[in-house]
Write a protein that binds this ligand. Structure first.
Ligand code: ZN
Length: 161
């Protein structure tokens, strides 16, 4: 029997604007600013979706859930992630592990990481141990450092028997 292992990568950016809800890693972060987007603009959930889709060579999040489609306006990105996991499982893929990094100048993300891990693990139906979330500032450099936006990266490993 052939055991197939694949890796995937995701990158995403959203603008930050005052007065918006700030959804990150499936949870709402208390902050003066939030991310702007067609959906709830959850950059971490989006990069995990993209990394999973990329690993399976199934295009990207915009291909499956168009930002022109009114049905996705303001949608909870956890719904999109659940659908992505479903798309992969239909192809026989299971998630090995996920590693991710959020790039944000403020607020501090670290206190929220356990809640994000618990939330996303539940959405994907995987153990919390299989999802790593890290956070970094960019030392006040670039659009992240100037608090104009939030970025994230993720890599994943998927496999099928
Ligand atoms: Zn996004």
């Amino acid at each position: 029997m052939k055991f197939k292992i694949r890796t995937g990568f995701g990158y995403d950016v959203h603008q930050l604007q005052e007065g918006l809800d700030f959804w990150l890693g499936g949870i709402k972060i208390p902050h003066t600013h939030g991310a702007l987007g067609h959906s709830d603009a959850d950059v971490l959930t989006h990069v995990i979706c993209d990394a999973l889709l990329g690993a399976a060579n199934m295009r990207d999040i915009g291909f499956h859930f168009s930002d022109k489609d009114p049905q996705y306006k303001g949608i909870d990105s956890k719904i999109l992630l659940k659908e992505v996991v479903h798309l992969l499982s239909r192809e026989g893929y299971e998630i090995g592990n996920i590693d991710s990094t959020i790039c944000l100048q403020e607020p501090k993300v670290n206190p929220h990481i356990p809640d994000m891990k618990a939330c996303l693990a539940k959405v994907m139906g995987i153990p919390e141990h299989d999802i790593s979330i890290k956070a970094t500032t960019t030392e006040h450099l670039g659009f992240v450092g100037k608090k104009e936006g939030v970025a994230a990266f993720a890599t994943v490993l998927i496999y099928k028997q």
